[in-house]
Design a protein around this ligand. Structure first.
Ligand code: DGL
Length: 257
């Protein structure tokens, strides 16, 4: 069984990628919606959420955890990963490695304020592609929009347009450095020059998860997902149905600190 956590709905984009990659492991998904958005919080607070999320998933006896929250990985890069008896797949480290043979030279990363402040994405990409010019852009207004269920609205379209307008000239790739943003992909596609490739690190994270599963010898599952949120379970269930098409997965409320 795999564990997956995010501050909220963003992890659904990683879950989708896991299933699209043919991963059949059962997944326990924890959405820490009571503390969303992470991106506006302090590093100390985010590190505390990360520790708690891993402990919650650990109680479910997961074989490994797929981090679906970039912001927590950005903070862990600086403040360290909590010790766990299972492996944790860091989405920023995975994303960075995926640029090893990139043809792109001017890469923009849109992410939360805390992720941009950390500089972790630029470091991870440059470690794999030293020639790349990486520009990070904070887009703090996008996560709350998605969490409110407004991804399809005109407000979301306008907010994405404002972010897209901040890309430096000559940008040839845009990385979704926050798992919520692929849920706004239609607006990014509309706002950006079609020559700019839109890169969702969830794809590389799913490939890395498949390798990890093979390496650990985790037994295949039945592709079932159990969802837990410390936010509104009904709203979360609506989002699960909408974004993943999973009509079977149960959403349970979890009380946390
Ligand atoms: N979706 C998470 C990320 O990838 C966190 C977003 C937030 O809560 O600010 O960074």
């Amino acid at each position: 069984m795999l564990g997956l956590y995010d501050s909220g709905l963003g992890g659904l984009t990683v879950l989708r990628a896991l299933r699209a990659a043919g991963i059949t492991q059962d997944v326990v998904y924890f959405a820490d919606q009571a503390h969303s958005p992470y991106g506006d919080k302090t590093e100390a607070a985010i590190h505390g959420y990360l520790r708690d999320n891993l402990a919650i998933l650990g109680e479910q006896r997961v074989g490994a955890v797929v981090a679906a929250c970039n912001t927590s990985c950005a903070v862990a890069e600086r403040y360290g990963w909590p010790e766990t008896p299972f492996a944790v797949l860091d989405i920023i480290a995975t994303a960075g490695r995926s640029f090893a043979r990139t043809p792109h030279r001017r890469i923009a990363v849109v992410a939360t304020a805390a992720t941009v402040r950390s500089g972790a994405y630029a470091r991870a990409i440059r470690a794999a592609a030293p020639h790349a010019d990486v520009h990070e852009i904070a887009a703090p207004e996008l996560v709350p929009l998605v969490e409110r269920g407004e991804a399809g609205t005109d407000t979301a379209r306008r907010a994405v347009r404002e972010v897209a307008a901040q890309l430096p000239g000559g940008t040839d790739a845009l990385v979704y450095g926050c798992t919520h943003y692929p849920l706004l992909d239609r607006w990014f596609a509309a706002a950006l020059d079609p020559r700019i490739e839109r890169i969702d690190p969830a794809v590389a994270q799913a490939a890395a998860a498949a390798e990890l599963i093979a390496r650990l010898g985790l037994a295949p599952g039945s592709s079932a997902t159990s969802y837990y949120t410390n936010g509104d379970p009904h709203a979360f269930e609506t989002a699960v149905r909408r974004w993943t098409g999973d009509t079977a997965g149960r959403v349970e409320a979890l009380v946390t600190r």
